[in-house]
Design a protein around this ligand. Structure first.
Ligand code: FAD
Ligand code: NAP
Length: 543
């Protein structure tokens, strides 16, 4: 275990032009810094938070846990690192990932390159010298040749604008801005708004601690048991004996959570109902995202999808004692078009006498007063509120920065009808700016660790190529960008992902354009990136 050092909180006095500035010190920013140093670039990371870790620094709510296997949700770039780190559970907790990222930072001396408690407020491209001029908060300026946005896909919390929210007298917590020290909820009536992945994790943890838990549910959620468990030493030894092979198989899987799992190659409709039930039951018993890959067409064929949805609804009916509650907890939308979840005792929680479930789909929250949440016709007295209301995903953190490219073009204007870029990496009109796991890349539909490593390596290889060839400026061409946006939409339209109001579509944020933002499928994406490089960065304008 490494000693936790004090975060570095100031910029070096020598404030000359950096080769690169990286915004964000999560998994992406840490690896980007390491790679840039390896290729000899001077680099500074700017992080709004008081410490490193990004997602795993901010989301400290009770029950916060990864639902990708720990041995896959870890960097693969250093063989010694992957051998020496010992994961304890099948799915790592927030605390364990955070300790891991601290270990990485210590091992590669990354803290020395990070300025904490500092937010990038604006970024202006200066065409005369091909430099980005950054305005920071607290007030400081910084210049760099390349601006690398490691700002995260799920880092800008969504705090709903509910009438009277500010008047509430008790504490209001957002899962993605959880306090550093544990919160004591004992003897309190606590309301939770939201039951996405975060809500599903926090609700079973809070229920035994509180006097009364009131869950305000707008949409029921599909979830299967994670069956988390301590890792078996033998299975770890076996994986570590061929870690490169294990990683290679990860990269061949289209979805994060299915890595290294034999996915079924048949349609749900190609087997008899009895066999289908048996296969679903086997996946359910195994636990984890393997359930969603029991058949190969669950996200492509509505009828197949319905069979899985019905299986989960039946399970909910068997777990939850009160049939009316079970019905309310049973989702009706297309399974998977909102990101499905893993659960650890979520449905059982609704058998507890101190847990209320309030349906706000037809009877929405009208207002919040100093001591209660009010629906149209009912009020719920509360002493604390937990917002598990998610994020302004994929574009939120980027759009909060006033980014100005060539000819005064602002990113907010350019993306006013949805994000437009090439490969999820580069934006026409915004030279020398790269987004790590930006919209238009597989990002949130993959094991993010795999997606992040691929992007960081692609970007650092590109910067090294530019240095070797004497190029100063790079941006996506308008044609390549237009084709890419069409490609992302075409791939999504072949699936069931666009069939409901999800954050993938921006539908959770009032006024946000409805555009399916991630690209479905990691291996074909990586395949597309390779010839782009081989053909001298095809689709990019280099000068
Ligand atoms: P982040 O970790 O989001 O880091 C971005 C950083 O940028 C933040 O620290 C933020 O403060 C900083 N920043 C943003 N804007 C600015 C600015 N203007 N100035 C300065 N700093 C700024 N993915 C999986 O693959 N599997 C999982 O099981 C999984 N579980 C998750 C659980 C939760 C609760 C959440 C929220 C996400 C989960 N994810 C999961 C997705 C997760 O976000 C990624 O796996 C990964 O951690 C993203 O790393 P990142 O460095 O790209 O972004
Ligand atoms: P989310 O999936 O967007 O869920 C937000 C919840 O809040 C939904 O139930 C939503 O209802 C509700 N909500 C939002 N605004 C509301 C309002 N104004 N009034 C009432 N209800 C409202 O957010 P999340 O749970 O934080 O998860 C976001 C993503 O982070 C996940 O999809 C996943 O990618 C990642 N994550 C992963 C893990 C993990 O892997 N272990 C854990 C947590 C998060 P509607 O559905 O009706 O909109």
């Amino acid at each position: 275990m490494v000693p936790m050092k004090q975060p570095v909180n100031s910029l070096p006095a020598d404030n000359s032009v950096w080769d690169a500035v990286v915004v964000g010190a999560g998994i992406s920013g840490l690896y980007m810094l390491h790679r840039l140093r390896q290729i000899g670039f001077s680099c500074q990371v700017i992080e709004a938070g008081a410490d490193l870790g990004g997602t795993w620094y901010w989301n400290r709510y009770p029950g916060a846990r990864c639902d990708t296997y720990s041995l896959e949700y870890s960097y693969s770039f250093c063989p010694q690192l992957e051998q020496e780190w010992q994961w304890s559970e099948r799915y790592p907790s927030q605390g364990e990932i955070w300790r891991y990222l601290n270990h990485v930072a210590h091992r590669f001396d990354l803290r020395s390159g990070i300025c904490f408690n500092t937010r990038v407020v604006s970024a202006d491209f200066q065409p005369a010298n091909n430099q980005w001029q950054l305005q920071l908060d607290p007030a400081q300026q910084l210049s760099c040749r390349f601006l690398l946005m490691a700002t995260g896909c799920l880092s800008s919390p969504n705090m709903p604008d509910i009438d009277g929210l500010q008047t509430f007298k008790g504490p209001i917590y957002h899962t993605a801005r959880w306090p550093q020290s544990p919160v004591d909820f004992s003897a309190q009536r606590v309301g939770v708004i939201g039951n996405g992945s975060s809500g599903l994790q926090i609700i079973p943890e809070l229920a035994p601690q509180v006097k009364q838990l009131v869950v305000f549910q707008r949409t029921a959620q599909y979830a299967v048991p994670s069956r988390n468990r301590p890792l078996d030493r033998q299975e770890v030894t076996k994986i570590k004996a061929d870690y490169p092979g294990f990683r290679a198989r990860n990269r061949q899987q289209s979805s994060a959570q299915l890595s290294n799992v034999e996915t079924c190659q048949q349609s749900a409709l190609s087997v008899s109902p009895a066999e289908r039930q048996q296969l679903y039951q086997a996946s359910w018993q195994q636990g984890g995202f393997v359930f969603y890959a029991t058949f190969n067409d669950l996200m492509r064929n509505q009828q197949s999808n319905q069979t899985a949805a019905e299986f989960i609804r039946t399970k909910i009916g068997q777990i939850v004692n009160d049939p009316q509650r079970a019905k309310l907890l049973s989702p009706q939308h297309v399974m998977g078009c909102k990101r499905p979840a893993l659960e650890n005792g979520y449905f059982e929680t609704f058998n507890r006498p101190n847990v209320d479930l309030v349906d706000i789909s037809a009877n929405p929250i009208r207002s919040i007063s100093p001591r209660a949440i009010h629906l149209q016709d009912q009020e719920y007295p509360l002493e604390a509120i937990v917002m598990a209301t998610g994020f302004d995903a994929m574009t939120g953190a980027l759009m909060k920065i006033d980014i100005c490219g060539l000819n005064g073009l602002r990113l907010k204007e350019k993306w006013s009808s949805g994000p437009h870029n090439y490969l999820g990496l580069s934006i026409n009109g915004f030279p020398n700016l790269f987004t790590i796991t930006g919209p238009g890349s597989p990002s949130v539909l993959t094991n993010m660790m795999v997606a992040i490593e691929q992007h960081v390596e692609w970007i650092s290889d590109c910067l090294q190529y530019m240095a070797q060839q004497g190029y100063d400026r790079i941006q996506a061409s308008a044609e390549a960008e237009a084709e890419w946006v069409q490609h992302v939409n075409r791939v999504a339209d072949e699936t069931l992902y666009t069939n409901c109001n999800s954050w993938y579509l921006g539908a959770n944020i009032p006024g946000k354009p409805r555009v399916f933002m991630p690209l479905v499928g990691f291996p074909p994406y990586a395949e597309k990136c390779r010839p782009v490089v081989a053909q001298g960065y095809q689709g990019f304008i280099l000068s």
